[in-house]
Design a protein around this ligand. Sequence first.
Ligand SMILES: Nc1nc2c(c(=O)[nH]1)N[C@H]1C(S)=C(S)[C@@H](COP(=O)(O)OP(=O)(O)OC[C@H]3O[C@@H](n4cnc5c(=O)[nH]c(N)nc54)[C@H](O)[C@@H]3O)O[C@H]1N2
Ligand SMILES: Nc1nc2c(c(=O)[nH]1)N[C@H]1C(S)=C(S)[C@@H](COP(=O)(O)OP(=O)(O)OC[C@H]3O[C@@H](n4cnc5c(=O)[nH]c(N)nc54)[C@H](O)[C@@H]3O)O[C@H]1N2
Ligand code: SF4
Ligand SMILES: [Mo]
Length: 739
Amino acid sequence: MPNSATPTHCPYCALQCGMNLTPLQDGGVAVVERPDFPVNKGALCGKGRTAPAVLASSVRLTSPLVRSGGELVPATWDEALDRIAEGLARTRTEHGPDACGVFGGGGLTNEKAYSLGKFARIVLGTSQIDYNGRFCMSSAAAAGMKAFGLDRGLPFPLEDIPKTGCVILVGSNLAETMPPSLRFFTELKENGGTLIVIDPRRTKTAEQADLHLAPRPGTDLALALGMLHLVVADGRVDEEYVQERTVGWEDARAAAMAHWPEFVERITGVSVPQLRDAVRMFCEPEHAMVLTARGPEQQSKGTDTVGAWINLCLATGRAGRPLSGYGCLTGQGNGQGGREHGQKADQLPGYRKLDDPAARRHVAEVWGVDPDSLPGPGRSAYELLDALGTDIKSLLLMGSNPVVSAPRAAHIEERIKSLDFLAVCDVVLSETAALADVVLPVTQWAEETGTTTNLEGRVLLRRRAITPPEGVRSDLDVMHELAARLGGEKGLEKGFPTDPEEVFEELRRASAGGAADYSGITYGRLAEENGVFWPCPAQADAAPADSEDSEDASLDAAAGADDPAQDDEATDDGTTSAEAKGGAVHPGTPRLFFDRFATPDGRARFAPVSHRAIAEEPDAEYPVLLTTGRVVAQYQSGAQTRRVDELNAAAPGPFVELHPRLAARLGAADGDPVAVVSRRGRAVAPARITTGIRPDTVFMPFHWPGEGRANTLTNPALDPTSRMPEFKACAVRVEAVRN
Ligand SMILES: Nc1nc2c(c(=O)[nH]1)N[C@H]1C(S)=C(S)[C@@H](COP(=O)(O)OP(=O)(O)OC[C@H]3O[C@@H](n4cnc5c(=O)[nH]c(N)nc54)[C@H](O)[C@@H]3O)O[C@H]1N2
Ligand SMILES: Nc1nc2c(c(=O)[nH]1)N[C@H]1C(S)=C(S)[C@@H](COP(=O)(O)OP(=O)(O)OC[C@H]3O[C@@H](n4cnc5c(=O)[nH]c(N)nc54)[C@H](O)[C@@H]3O)O[C@H]1N2
Ligand code: SF4
Ligand SMILES: [Mo]
């Protein structure tokens, strides 16, 4: 092991903050500042700072566990792997390959996500694979694909934010969810720019805003349409841009004109003067951006909602131009890369479509299989979990804890329990792992090397800095061993290397010519250049491999580096050194769409969308809206962060945030237990009374299992395009709990 500092990245969110790890006497590591990484310049939140606590073997799984007599008991690796192979093989024989399910995660490295998709399709032969990213940014991804022909969360680096004129942050609480990124918005304001935050709660982020709009949860679509209405009415449309760079304006314009400001005020609760202020602040500066996060996206109309915000950008000429644009703040550590390389139900590596014959041919060739042997698209995450125990009999789960994080969680927990066979790979005994027939203890983050792609589309190298505890193996090892057992000799012939760099080399070839082209990226470059933005083809002038796929052709053009800003960036990123070595090395693509969008004709598409209600409006029985989200000190299902003392001290348990008026009606004081009841179930947690939330809405964080589990309540109504569940709005009633 190296005894000097190892530069790497945080295990948690999509900011992928850079950090150095230095070895300690006791075999552990300490987190040390790494100022050279431009995204966080050394700054870390509490989760990143305390991440080494989850490496300690005291909180870790260090032996495989198998269920015996109802209990999980330690077993050897061979016993455990044999049990998994038997369980999956039996299901496949008795019920066919599609009865085997695979569920992945956006926290997995690119190498793991790629291997998992390949494992599902060629070893198990199942179409039934999806992952938790479906619950995350899938609506923004779907809307971005429709509008721009390409989905990369941010089409520009975060460092562009301080230089724009106005940013609208829609349903992002980044002061808690990506604290070091707040710097970019502080600098924006120092430079004279303005910040608008749209959130039903006055969050830490909203407190930084020049204008905070607090709409009723689930009404962002109407709000965006109301703003577009005013843009048209005030003559603020960029007609020339609309003419030259877009299609579909007439329909989108007609839809917006039907959303009068007064009508929008009635739906959203945002007053007409506030709406006018927002339009003025957004339109007056030369440049402006809209950034969405889970607030508007985790709705059963999330795709249309994001479409409406993109419409606002397009009508005002604020997309595909320097210092302007629409972006989605992706969430998980590898939330971006995890959605590109094939663990998604409808996808092949390189962000290719599983139902595209040219894509199937290309990937099948890399994998050495017959294209016709590749299964078709499978179910989305919630639909897959909902089919457990009925159509899907066995599940292999890697990198998610759905017992806590899936919507309608009590039902999903019951579906998981009804499986014939469940295998879970995890670093800790999560609530879901505790239900498994076999649990495999895997390496994580500082114990292994691998790449992630952050929210900017910047591909990064995480490096091994510490020896893993005895008894622990990597997810790549697991897939290698299972492929050997389930595919026989053939399984290994088709290649499931355990060395991450070898997997990455294969991923490069599989992604070559796809939308998310990594073929020009190597571990060597990543180490030298502090990250490379995709698309990055192998050669600067590479022709797309799938020449039948016109989207790829246009993307290649969109990625063209003839823009001065892109050239500058390339030099900043150290491309000169790479160029010196190999001639025409592609510099990577920090900024997208300046010349054209990635659609066949190069033009962006307006979305002809209209407001519609959430799936479950409040009524007499369930009169209040529940929305859910995060607190700074806990991460996701809490499987990792609930094992860190410092974080537990800061955020010890669930709570119900409610307005004093609602609290008074219940007769509840701050800290009193209150029950929140929906059509799915009942959760109890202490009241946290604040004027910072709308009186018609309560908020619960979703990080905890048990009585206070927010997802006991949430509604799995799905967006028709993205299949995103409606985590952000459902009808509940709130009751005082008296002993
Ligand atoms: N501390 C911490 N940080 C994290 C994570 C974590 O679990 N903990 N998870 C990571 C991941 S995977 C993700 S996806 C990101 C998520 O990052 P964010 O999207 O910032 O997180 P959320 O808290 O889910 O939602 C953001 C805000 O949406 C608001 N909201 C609720 N309903 C609505 C609505 O209808 N409209 C609007 N406009 N806003 C609404 C909520 O009040 C909340 O403040 O965070 C990442 N970072
Ligand atoms: N009510 C409500 N529910 C939500 C949301 C919400 O806003 N509201 N947000 C949704 C969103 S955006 C997301 S992203 C999901 C996230 O929810 P989950 O999918 O449950 O995410 P995590 O809690 O991060 O689970 C990751 C699991 O993988 C383990 N793990 C970590 N690293 C590795 C690894 O390298 N290999 C393996 N095999 N395992 C590893 C961790 O210990 C943990 O048990 O929750 C969704 N659920
Ligand atoms: S903001 Fe995200 S990436 Fe940065 S230290 Fe915190 S959890 Fe890690
Ligand atoms: Mo997420």
